[in-house]
Design a protein around this ligand. Sequence first.
Ligand code: ADP
Length: 244
Amino acid sequence: MISIKGLSKHFGDLQVLKDINLEVEKGKVIVVIGPSGSGKTTMLRCLNILETPTTGHITIENKQLDFSKKVTKKAVTDFRKLTGMVFQSYNLFPHKTAIENVMEGPITVKKQSKEKARSIAADLLNKVGLGDKIDYYPFQLSGGQQQRVGIARALAMDPEVMLFDEPTSALDPELVGEVLKVIKQLANEGMTMIIVTHEMKFAREVADEVIFMDGGYIVEKGNPQAIFSAPKEARTQQFLQLIQ
Ligand code: ADP
């Protein structure tokens, strides 16, 4: 369903992603781990074209972008609709309520009617356990609740793939579980997801495949059992020893 071929990304002279190749089947959960600065976030941002890759192809469903050629704004806009992104820092509109945050994209980008957008948003907020908080503003919500609004907002665009960029790393420890529970529920429902996280226990539980990145490369990939219990590469072994 997702195919990444020969993806690279430079920021000026710094090459942050080096020949990334990855295939993801529909309904699979991919967890990306690796040291800070290894390129995990940049890879995710390239999938959502928040960063423009320097070279490579990305295909999602039947849409492809080839970055060796000039890509049009329209192609990028169409492509971006395929993915829903959840950020570390939630990025909610502070002056909009929870339900207004979730309705915003469907109304402005998908041209949904207000009534339809409101009804879908209410269902999604219910699904993430915030049915009683739909009229609250972000400042009236805990970090975990704000992040669950962020997940509902991404789901409201009806994406093919959900991308999570360290969704719990800004949260107090006691709030991490409620967000991971929602992500797990989506996994059980068959949502295709790519998740960058430092939560190794969660990675083990939810991942179909774990990818270890270092220095802009995918160093190793495999099922959670293989990566966490018997990593083949020295760099993966070192990383896991340091964090476990
Ligand atoms: P990770 O998510 O694994 O911590 P990142 O993808 O955030 O890694 O960053 C990889 C490298 O790219 C780091 O060296 C970082 O400083 C650099 N980098 C990320 N974004 C930018 C940017 N917008 N401009 C310049 N360098 C960047």
